[in-house]
Design a protein around this ligand. Structure first.
Ligand code: RP5
Length: 162
């Protein structure tokens, strides 16, 4: 059963959001990915959000660009933790997406990640860390991932002073 749901406002968000998917896959977390638009498919948004917990999801990762209402609207319809990913937009480079997602009013929470691919990858990592609270396999995978990352940097010190 999938533990994490990745949703995005448009197919055009997938090149960014697949970084979340890749991270979840690398850490052994089951997930699904689908397009749900706050503006173009509002009824699907309500249906997805209200049914997410009963489907067994434990975390929702929601990515959107521009007037990015998707993460906040999902959070309004579920008690599950929602991680918001600002997708880089063509007009304002994702600053619009970031500000749309991050400024939630008190009482409905969205955990907002960085703009673009790094934020999407970290959303996958953070979702896995939430899952790891009750899943030893995922916890061990995260610890190994972090150790490998550290070792890679320590063994690649190729800075040269000229
Ligand atoms: C948002 O509008 C989507 O999340 C996407 O980032 C943006 C543009 O969507 P498309 O016009 O490329 O479908 O809802």
């Amino acid at each position: 059963m999938a533990q994490v749901a990745i949703v995005m406002g448009s197919q055009s968000d997938w090149p960014t959001m697949q970084k979340a998917a890749s991270m979840l896959k690398a850490l052994g977390v089951e997930f699904t990915a689908q397009v749900v638009s706050a503006h173009r498919t509002p009824n699907l948004l309500v249906e997805f959000s209200e049914g997410a917990a009963s489907k067994g999801y434990q975390v929702v990762i929601a990515g959107a660009g521009g007037a990015a209402h998707l993460p906040g609207m999902i959070a309004a319809h579920t008690h599950l933790p929602v991680l918001g990913c600002p997708v880089r937009s063509s007009q304002l480079n994702g600053l619009d997406s970031l500000l749309s997602i991050v400024q939630m009013p008190k009482g409905v929470a969205v955990g907002t990640l960085a703009i673009g691919e790094a934020g999407a990858a970290n959303a996958g990592l953070l979702a896995a860390q939430i899952i790891a609270l009750q899943n030893e396999t995922v916890r061990d995978n995260i610890i190994a991932f972090r150790a490998k990352q550290t070792q890679t940097i320590l063994s690649n010190q190729t800075l040269v002073l000229e």
